[in-house]
Ligand binder design. Sequence first.
Ligand code: PGA
Length: 244
Amino acid sequence: MIIAANWKMCLSPQQAIALAKQFSKLEHNNSTIIVCPSTSALMAVSKELSSTSLDIGAQNCSAQKYGAHTGEESAQTFAALGCKWCIVGHSERRLFRGETNQEIADKTAALIEHNISPIICIGETLQQFKNQQTEATLLKQLEPIIPFISDRKLPICIAYEPVWAIGSGKIPTNEYLSKTFTWLEKQLESKTKNNHLHLLYGGSVKSSNAFDLLSIKTISGFLIGSASLDFQEFEKIVHCTSRQ
Ligand code: PGA
């Protein structure tokens, strides 16, 4: 199982360090736990967790290698800060920062070049869901990424996060998720020939629904936002995954 905590822009550096101290006590079996603080807290959190088995991830990166890109951070910098992972294409960046599928593919390529495993987020809006455009939307989002994720050297995660499930407390039915994940797995297998991709679910994951979600066998982990800001709640989710 892979469980990624996306702390978004919710914590000050001091709060992030305090939460990282709690995370350093996290007991988990063989799951890979990834902590993704905001960039300002990355260095301190990375230091705080350096003697643990937890991994560090960034929340976004530039597709550019170096140079005049004010306010951006490169994959090379994240690698130097000890990041093994980086989220790309989160819906909050697609919707509020206007990131395109091609930009997200370019970022994916930059990460892979620097040996950072991408956690690539895809997902449909509520309107697309209602119009039964989920599969068409996911295919469009994946299309430019496909050439880069056939690489088998690095673990690569595809996080399916219906936009309408993020931060809303609403969660798709298991039947819908089961169907969508099975379809996604088949698409990825046939298009990438890489059967080592990890499929994560994200969107309102909590300790009260985690166990149920894991009955869907194609789900190999979670990308967790708000529930990852509460250590006890996050720990309960991690324990659900070790019971599976
Ligand atoms: P949520 O966020 O768990 O708060 O719904 C998930 C995400 O944004 O990745």
